[in-house]
Design a protein around this ligand. Structure first.
Ligand code: PLP
Length: 374
């Protein structure tokens, strides 16, 4: 039977102090970026991540842009980016006038492959962006080993990885600096919003200067360089603080959903997914399956069958070197692992409010679609 209920692939859950804090903003009239929730959110986020500094900003894309600018990335530089990620990971490099260099991924974790990274480094490499894809921590120790002895920054794109952990530390505390997103479908949300985290005080001060139009911190309305208006509003920060207070609840629900999928899909043929690294605790942002050997055509047909059952899914990210703006930068021979996972991946509904009944419906529908020889 076709179940006409719609199960979204992601949705926010506001079950804490969101409403109360937003009303505080309205009642106090502090709704711009000047307001007490911004600093409270930054401090709470830094504490939770285990870093000295957190700088809130307008979204995850500009968080990456701020990090790269603060690191001095500019024209003539290269930044290595895994080919399987959201397009913003590469766009932030392009905004700096630098060149993204695409790198293949590991077939087991789907994160940047340290072996391929070695081949992508060169005299112009200024930074490497380690994306914690779908909330799975990237192999940070192995990446550091590859970069040892080189003057190359290691940046985390932690947009999907709030609360994820790797060998005792939180995502956001694993590189030289990290960028988070609080878009509506992320682990925790402020609608639109972002955060930069780092232990490097000087870097954080640069981020702060750049996000506030380049204004001298000790002289109001005196601008010492060309900056941006990339600030977060007090209203968004109020929502973010309330969301952060319940991060562990969100993570627990997501872990239970991922466990449910893994348990109940494990006997289906030709199905794979991301396997966490040893010592990694993912945030389980999007539980993404791969229809091994089916190619993009079968992926699309299976997605259509799920849609008929009222289940919203999304394809895995397209491999960035196959998108129009980046085709010219595709390496010789392509990046076969990223291309295959991009073609065969489907993200299933994964969010804290997904009920056990919804999970049953999704599992049954996936089983049916996979069994059908489409
Ligand atoms: C969501 C996301 C971003 C961008 O965040 P926005 O807040 O949407 O600008 C960057 N990188 C990755 C990997 C993301 O998933």
């Amino acid at each position: 039977m076709v179940d006409r209920r719609r199960i979204p692939v992601a949705a926010p859950v506001f079950a804490g102090n969101e409403r109360a804090y937003v009303l505080e903003c309205l009642d106090s009239t502090w709704i711009s970026s000047a307001g007490p929730f911004v600093a409270r959110f930054e401090q709470a986020f830094a504490d939770r991540t285990g870093v000295r500094r957190a700088e809130a900003c307008a979204n995850g894309t500009v968080a990456l842009h701020l990090v790269l600018r603060a690191l001095g990335v500019g024209p003539g530089d290269e930044v290595v980016v895994p080919a399987l990620t959201f397009v913003a990971s590469a766009n932030a490099v392009t905004y700096c006038g630098a060149r993204p260099v695409f790198c293949d991924i590991d077939p087991v974790t789907w994160n940047i492959d340290p072996g391929d990274l070695e081949r992508r480094l060169g005299p112009r490499t200024k930074a490497v962006i380690a994306v914690h894809l779908y909330g799975h921590p990237a192999p940070m120790d192995e990446l550091r080993a590859v970069l040892a002895g080189r003057d190359v920054a290691l940046v985390e794109d932690a947009a999907e990885a709030h609360g994820a952990r790797y060998r005792g530390s939180a995502a956001g505390a694993l590189g030289d600096a990290a960028a988070f997103s609080f878009y509506g479908n992320k682990i925790i949300t402020t609608g639109e919003g972002g955060m930069v985290t780092t232990d490097d005080e000087a870097l954080a001060d640069r981020v702060r200067l750049l996000k506030g139009q380049g204004m001298d911190p000790s002289r109001r309305y005196w601008f010492i360089e060309v900056g941006y208006n990339y600030r977060l509003t007090n209203v968004a920060a109020a929502i973010g603080l309330a969301q952060l207070e319940r991060l562990d609840w969100h993570l627990g629900r997501r872990r239970a959903i991922a466990d449910g999928y893994r348990q109940r899909l494990k006997d289906l043929p030709s199905l794979a997914w991301q396997y966490p690294l040893a010592g990694a605790e993912p945030s389980w942002w999007m539980f993404t399956i791969r229809l091994v050997g089916g190619g993009a055509g079968r992926r699309d047909r299976v997605m259509a069958m799920l849609a008929e059952d009222g289940i919203e899914t999304r394809p895995a990210f397209p491999a960035l070197h196959r998108l129009p703006p980046y085709r010219e930068l595709a390496p010789e021979g392509g990046l076969p692992v990223a291309e295959t996972v991009a073609d065969e991946g489907i993200s299933l509904p994964t969010w804290a409010g997904l009920s056990d009944d919804d999970l049953d419906v999704v599992v049954a529908s996936v089983a049916r679609a996979v069994a059908a020889d489409v």
